[in-house]
Write a protein that binds this ligand. Sequence first.
Ligand SMILES: [Zn+2]
Length: 120
Amino acid sequence: MHELSIAQALMDIVAEEAARHGLKRVVRVAVRVGALSAVVPEALKFSFDLVKEGTVAAEAELVIEEVPLWGRCQDCGAEGEMDGPLDQCQACGSSRMEILAGRELTIDYIETDEDQSQGG
Ligand SMILES: [Zn+2]
């Protein structure tokens, strides 16, 4: 199960960030999931619920923002949403498309219910 290892990797980052900022409780983890990352959001949520047990994020909700595949034509410069990585330019038909977005699988933000502590 692809999503389980991804959820575990995300949780490792969340735990690391929480430790760095001295957070004891994470209430929300937001991730950006690109169309090309081949992640099924529902499966990722399910996996996240499994791996969060016993961590600082045990009560956390996973928020998934799906990022569409977005490209720019290297011939005419037109930008647009793509159906797949081999999609052609809608303006000129070129296949030299540079993918600008849609590959990401990153943490957008981590939210805590604690006040930010002063200094440090
Ligand atoms: Zn073009």
